[in-house]
Design a protein around this ligand. Structure first.
Ligand SMILES: Nc1ncnc2c1ncn2[C@@H]1O[C@H](COP(=O)(O)OP(=O)(O)OP(=O)(O)O)[C@@H](O)[C@H]1O
Length: 292
């Protein structure tokens, strides 16, 4: 199964929101969609879910156009947390029923197991739940839908840390249950980094990069130790971030490290560790660097 986004652009009024986006997403993968506020993530996801029509270009699932095609659209599920508090009086049980009514792949038993995991009282109405509990119900609807393309747009907003951890575990399980494309748009990068097979970064309405996470993280490293030693080591290197922790300096460097350099680091009691996705993201999307 392949979701193809072909040269998609979106203009709203006279503003260009998305410019010439081309991406190919494969079943069996979890995608992390990252971008600064206003980069265009939700706009792109709305196009995939047919909430909007692209100004140019097309989106296809297994070669079939998605926009306003019911037979294709029912396999694409877009979950987000509405900004307004819901006045929805339906009981959670009714929510699950309607979820399964419209989606042929919906697994009701799985949904109830998830709600139990999230400790949701299914006799309550949706509007009687707290913000974080509503987020857990939305997450459940997405996970249990088993939809071929399942999109979670900042769905963890409002969830507390233990609930987010439960959600991450369930995302991994849901990805193993069925061959599907899962897209997670988030700002909680450090917590979710381990979930992503691929990273897609959107910046100023364009694709900045689309790469397997492990390849991206092999593009650099962090080095920590006595400030003076670290400074000497990273002199003339592409340092994208410098942090201090007491007497310790931690530099994030883009580039590979040679065996010889590894030995020098060891001799100087410097610790080398993998690059952090969040630091790379901050550096790559630094507005000061692109003059914005
Ligand atoms: N209905 C609209 N009318 C005009 N401009 C819009 C509309 N919807 C979105 N935009 C603009 O499109 C740009 C992208 O917005 P979008 O919501 O896609 O960003 P985002 O990456 O999801 O941001 P965030 O991380 O803050 O949620 C922003 O500049 C926003 O102001």
């Amino acid at each position: 199964m392949t979701l193809k986004i072909n040269n998609v652009s979106l203009n709203i009024k006279k503003e260009t929101i998305l410019r010439d986006i081309s991406l190919e997403l494969e079943a069996g993968k979890i995608y992390g969609l990252l971008g600064r506020n206003g980069a265009g993530k939700t706009s792109l996801l709305s196009l995939i879910a047919s909430y909007r029509k692209a100004t140019d270009g097309s989106i296809t699932l297994d070669g079939k156009k998605v926009y306003e095609q019911d037979d294709v659209m029912q396999h694409i599920n877009f979950l987000y947390n509405p900004k307004e508090t819901s006045t929805e009086n339906d009981k959670i049980t009714e929510y699950i029923e309607s979820g399964s009514l419209f989606r042929s792949d919906f697994d009701e038993a799985y949904a109830y197991r998830l709600l139990d995991t999230f400790d949701i009282d299914t006799d309550k109405s949706y509007s009687a739940l707290s913000q974080g509990q509503q987020a857990a119900v939305n997450a459940t609807l997405g996970l249990a839908s088993l939809s071929k393309v399942t999109i979670f747009d900042e769905v963890t907003n409002g969830m507390d840390a233990p609930t987010r951890e439960l959600f991450y575990g369930e995302v991994l399980e849901a990805a193993n249950r069925a061959e599907r494309i899962i897209i997670l748009s988030t700002h909680i990068i450090s917590e979710m980094e381990h979930l992503f097979d691929d990273i897609i970064m959107i910046h100023n309405g364009q694709v900045l990069l689309h790469e397997p996470t492990f390849e991206l993280l092999e593009k650099g490293y962090t080095i920590a130790g006595k400030a003076e030693k670290v400074r000497t080591f990273t002199e003339n290197k592409n340092v994208i971030n410098v942090k201090f922790l007491g007497a310790l300096q931690i530099d994030t460097v883009l580039g590979t490290i040679t065996q010889e350099e590894m030995e020098t680091a060891e001799d100087n009691h410097l610790d080398i560790s993998p690059l952090k996705l969040q630091e790379m993201f901050i550096s790559l999307t630094d507005k000061k660097k692109d003059g914005k």
